[in-house]
Design a protein around this ligand. Sequence first.
Ligand code: DQA
Length: 146
Amino acid sequence: MAKLLILNGPNLNLLGQRESRIYGTKTLDDIIAECRQFSGTCGFELDHMQSNAEHELIERIHTAAADGTSGLAFNPAAFTHTSIALRDALLAVKLPFVEVHLSQPLAREQFRHISYFSDIAIGTVAGFGADGYVLGLQALINHLDE
Ligand code: DQA
């Protein structure tokens, strides 16, 4: 069975309790359970990793290139706006990925308007709350099926 990976960056382990007006009330476990169910119905196995550490996310991206992962849905969280290292990791492994954000960064503070990922992603899903993950997986699967 083909494999997909959801990667989540810093502070997303706190979903459900973190700024719920912006990020909603679902926990990360709720979201990943929905994503697993969706991926399964589409015939894909789904792996997930959340980390607050940039180097762990980089290493998981490297591993994905070797473990048969077909593509990623990635919410880099605050690293969206800072991490050239994560961008370089994705460019190095050449795996297709969809950038996902629960909020719409472009409607927020100026410092969130820069993304180091949007121009190298298949596309970006932002502003749809937790639904963005399933929407992102759907877009990734469509891309892989093309
Ligand atoms: C976020 C948006 C980022 O600006 C922020 O730092 C996050 C979450 C989102 O999902 O809306 O941690 O990626």
